[in-house]
Write a protein that binds this ligand. Structure first.
Ligand code: CTP
Length: 394
């Protein structure tokens, strides 16, 4: 990804220390990060900490004597690809929702025209105060993006909403807003990901090795390109992506119901989930006790979701399926392409080094009725971007 300029406004909340991790991570990935602190924020974290992590001079004062033209508030406002305020106190939210510009942070924020992200963190009663809620609504009405505060134990000892979202999630929100090539704007994209779980009894289930990483990477890539994304997620250990409508399911039959109910209003459907082909005929209500000798489980076929939507597909809809194989990759991929009436099959072989379950890379071929595009070894994030570009960028 092309490196971007991110301005991080830090205000006076105890969660300010968590922003060190965010600044460090953004800087490590090559972004140019400028931190602006309010005067009171300096009581929680020193400017030197952020300066060391960002490798940029931290600015705190409008009327500093060692003025550097490049970090002047107007030039920073112009240069920013994204402006995030985190943690955002009730006070800064009140100010920015009303256009107050009485210090370096608020002045630069008011002058910036890039996407703006506000990450509230405060005491739960301050957050729930109708005045703060009205100010948050106002920020959204002005086009700013406001993350939901997390719930949990707060530094003041109260329990409730008001915690700063985790730095990884703030970074994901930044990534979702910073991309300039929004070629999927207005498109509804439905993506399934992860493994299904077929319950045998209250203790046991049948599943597979899918980590969900490829499907989630596709969901984030589609979102970054501007699409409205619905993610039907089976079992994964992955963080919920920012700005995506996520529906969690367990079994193949729950995934079937969720995909079918979303399918009609989807322009593009991508079935990346590893859906079980068989499920127990009966689920035992009580734990099955062992006995002497062998035991066998009676299984029945699940419904093939891709096949069903392939039959329902309308002219304006596109369907992309996956085929993970251990032998005869192209033959099986082409068979699935035709039998399931889909536009593309993303084929990968478990035998390829760097492809398969759990890893962060993949090796795929994009198979259509007319062509085969070999993407080679890429990260799952890059594989996702290339799949979307190849299939959807006109
Ligand atoms: N799929 C589906 N519903 C199922 C099984 C699979 O929608 N019950 C989808 C998968 O999400 C994937 C594609 O079908 O996009 C191919 O899945 P795969 O497991 O590779 O193949 P199957 O169709 O199950 O065929 P086989 O097991 O014979 O390889």
């Amino acid at each position: 990804m092309e490196n971007k300029c991110v301005v991080v406004g830090v205000t006076a909340g105890i969660a300010a220390y968590k922003i060190c991790q965010l600044v460090s991570s953004l800087t490590k990935q090559g972004d140019e990060v400028h931190v602006i602190m309010t005067k009171d924020a300096e009581k929680f974290v020193t400017p030197l900490t952020f300066q060391t992590l960002s490798k940029q001079k931290v600015i705190t004062d409008m009327f500093t004597v060692d003025y550097i033209p490049d970090v002047h508030h107007i030039s920073l406002a112009k240069k920013a690809d994204l402006f995030v305020i985190a943690p955002a106190t009730a006070n800064i939210i009140a100010k920015v929702s009303n256009g107050i510009a009485d210090d370096l942070l608020t002045t630069t924020f008011l002058a910036a025209t890039c996407p703006k992200l506000i990450v509230p963190a405060m005491n739960t009663y301050m957050l729930n105060n109708p005045i703060t809620q009205a100010n948050i609504t106002k920020c959204r009405e002005y086009g700013m993006h406001v993350m939901e505060a997390y719930a949990g134990y707060l530094a003041c000892g109260d329990l409730g909403a008001g915690r700063l979202p985790d730095p990884e999630d703030i970074e994901d929100a930044i990534t979702s807003l910073i991309e300039k090539d929004r070629y999927l704007t207005g498109k509804n994209i439905l993506i399934s990901a992860g493994a299904t779980r077929e319950e045998i009894d209250p203790v046991r289930y049948i599943t597979n090795h899918s980590s969900g990483k490829m499907g989630y990477a596709l969901a984030r890539a589609a979102r970054n390109a501007g699409a409205n994304v619905t993610l039907i997620s089976g079992q994964t250990n992955l963080r919920k992506p920012y700005g995506i409508n996520q529906i969690n399911v367990n079994s193949a039959s729950e995934m079937y119901d969720a995909v079918i109910s979303e399918f009609d209003h989807s322009d593009v459907t991508i079935m990346a989930a590893a859906v079980a082909d068989y499920t127990p005929v009966e689920k035992a209500d009580q734990k099955i006790k062992k006995s002497e000798g062998n035991w066998s489980l009676n299984l029945q076929r699940t419904q093939d979701i891709l096949h069903t939507i392939g039959e329902k597909k309308k002219e304006y809809q596109m369907i992309i399926g996956f085929a993970m194989e251990t032998e005869n990759l192209m033959e099986n991929a082409e068979k699935k392409l035709h039998e399931k009436n889909v536009d593309y099959i993303i084929a990968n072989s478990l035998k390829d080094i760097g492809a398969g379950f759990g890893v962060d890379t993949n090796v795929v071929k994009i198979v259509s009725a007319h062509s085969v595009e070999n993407l080679g070894l890429l990260s799952k994030d890059d594989t996702a971007k290339e799949i979307l570009r190849h299939c959807l960028k006109k």
